[in-house]
Design a protein around this ligand. Structure first.
Ligand SMILES: [Zn+2]
Length: 269
């Protein structure tokens, strides 16, 4: 019996979630990038560990926003190469475990997302939960910590950009924003970007919309940004604008123009 078979048949005795031939929980692009910006993408991927099947969710739903941030990876990759900035991106679906939620939060391993039930997330044992935390969540965040530690140890300036995308319609409510700047305690980068982008007069820019950052509902910004005192912002782009490669290129180019212009805001305490 292979390890995969064991984990499929031994419900309640989670031995090993990812098989040897499955990809790591994160990928890194532009690893030696020279930029002061560090890009992360918590909801980049929609892959599900083979041992979990489809989590009981229909394929049509697994391609929707509930499983991943549509277009965010495409924008982040292009932005990384244009800025020459390192990008660390999550491989697996947020339905497996949400890498932007504190472990143990109700939405960390969601049993329901928008109106879709996630049968594979019901009644998990502690071992099943910790397998997801240990094999998906932890390695991704460890890699981010390593990157930030390394830069800190050599005195390299760092600004953290967390890339996300949001669905244009949520629970039947249409959202007007093209892009949103999300933050909590540290307003430096977010406010500078808000002012810059609004100044162009073309865009509806969300100020902590369509979401805001909080300790209970977020992980990356509170932990990697706020706790380390790094200037940061979470950027949300509306998914219909970046659903295809042309849109992803356009928005990466815009961000690659905007971000260097607010880099100085990060040095103003
Ligand atoms: Zn997201």
């Amino acid at each position: 019996m292979t390890r995969i078979d064991e984990s499929m048949t031994a419900k309640g005795v989670a031995r090993r979630l990812l098989a040897d031939d499955e990809p790591a929980s994160f990928s890194v692009e532009c690893e030696n990038g020279k930029s002061a910006f560090v890009l992360i993408c918590d909801h980049a991927g929609r892959r599900i560990p083979r041992a979990l099947g489809t989590l009981g969710v229909a394929e049509a739903d697994l391609s929707r926003h509930i499983a991943w941030d549509i277009g965010a990876r495409g924008v982040a990759s292009r932005l990384a190469s244009q800025l020459d900035a390192v990008l660390i991106a999550q491989t697996y679906s947020r339905l497996v475990i949400d890498c932007n939620r504190p472990l143990g939060a109700p939405s960390s391993i969601a049993t329901r997302s928008e109106r879709t039930d996630v049968p594979g997330n019901h009644d998990l044992t502690a071992a099943e939960r910790s397998a997801r935390a240990d094999e998906i969540f932890a390695p991704y965040h460890r890699r981010i910590v390593e990157e930030l530690d390394r830069r800190q140890s050599i005195g390299r300036p760092t600004l953290l950009i967390s890339m996300h995308s949001f669905t244009p319609v949520f629970n039947d409510v249409a959202r007007p924003w093209h892009i949103g700047m999300l933050y909590n305690r540290d307003t430096r980068l977010a406010h500078a970007l808000l002012a810059l982008i609004r100044d162009e007069g073309r865009w509806v820019v969300g100020d902590n919309e369509p979401y805001s950052v909080s300790d209970g509902t977020d992980y990356a910004i509170p932990v990697h940004g706020e706790q380390r005192g790094l200037p940061h912002v979470e950027i949300e782009i509306r998914q219909d604008l970046i659903a295809d490669e042309a849109g992803q290129s356009e928005w990466a180019k815009r961000l690659a123009g905007w971000l260097p212009r607010v880099q100085g805001a990060g040095t103003i305490a």
